[in-house]
Design a protein around this ligand. Sequence first.
Ligand code: SF4
Ligand code: SF4
Length: 160
Amino acid sequence: MSTPAAVLAARELLCDLTPLKTDCGRLCAGACCKGDDATGMLLFPGEDALYEDCAFGRVLPAEFSLGGEEAKLFVCSGTCKRENRPLACRLFPLFLKFKEDGTTKLRLDARARAVCPLCDYGIRALDSEFKQAARKAYDLLLEDARCAAYLRELDEAFTL
Ligand code: SF4
Ligand code: SF4
């Protein structure tokens, strides 16, 4: 299936932005890029089509579904060009939380706490331009039924 326009637009919004204005990877030696063969980043719906012939990683089935589709993981070699990052890497360490009234809120991803030193300082410490772009990206994704279903189930599945 092709990559939804909302995923492409969200990726573009976050193409040049990172959690801090400075290179936060220098704080942690790029901890969030140091997975192994068993770990990977979840791809958004249809994003796997962008990595079919990828030189720096591969797509694997996650063996569970999200939003009614088989979820896919991207397992990388640990280095990539910024413009090639999966959307989950661009949004990290942010997460979209659904509230009981149906509205949503940006939060730090609870799964990031074990990895990312920025989490010790709270969401306020992240660059406001990055957070605004992430909010816009999530808003675009929520307008796409496939991505909205994915995000809602991701929240349900991974809320600790
Ligand atoms: S783990 Fe956090 S501080 Fe380190 S590179 Fe990733 S986002 Fe930046
Ligand atoms: S795909 Fe790129 S940004 Fe994402 S974890 Fe791998 S090296 Fe890091």
